[in-house]
Design a protein around this ligand. Structure first.
Ligand code: ZN
Ligand code: ZN
Length: 153
């Protein structure tokens, strides 16, 4: 049993590094399920371990929890600067946007005397991957339409 115990810390280090890489390389904040999917493809790791690692990284201040309007907790690297999120309505993925579409400089006072010192914003729509898929004409479907037409004649 001592051999198994001795292997645990090393194994956890590999898994922790993998989870950190997955979060740092992601196109946007990820749910624990998504982190697990990506991490498990690189090294054998269970969802319970991923939860533990994510909790430790969060408590250590390495990652931030992001809660979007869908109410799910997602995690991203803590060092990212001001940015916003885009959620694709087709594939449900969330992407980081590196532009800020809000022209409200810090210190702006809105009518009524509301002094603005920050904002949060989530945009919704179709991501580039899904937009490209929607534009493609399915060749099989197009053939079926032609065949059906000729059979009818
Ligand atoms: Zn999409
Ligand atoms: Zn902004």
């Amino acid at each position: 049993m001592s051999e198994v115990k001795a292997n645990i810390p090393k194994r956890n280090t590999v898994q922790r590094k993998t989870v950190e890489h997955v979060i740092n390389d992601a196109e946007g904040p990820l749910t624990v399920q998504e982190i697990h999917e990506h991490a498990n493809a690189k090294c054998d790791v269970g969802i319970a371990t991923v939860y533990r690692i994510v909790k430790a990284l969060h408590e250590g201040g390495d990652i931030k929890c992001v809660v979007l309007p869908d109410g799910q907790n997602r995690y991203e690297a803590a060092h990212l600067g001001h940015h916003h999120h885009f959620r694709c309505r087709v594939c449900q993925r969330v992407f980081d946007l590196h532009i800020c579409p809000v022209s409200l400089p810090e210190g702006t006072t809105l009518p009524g005397g509301f002094l603005v010192d920050g904002h949060e914003l989530t945009l919704f729509g179709t991501c580039p991957d899904c937009a490209a898929k929607a534009d493609e004409v399915d060749p099989v479907e197009a053939m079926n339409v032609i065949e059906t037409d000729s059979n009818n004649e």
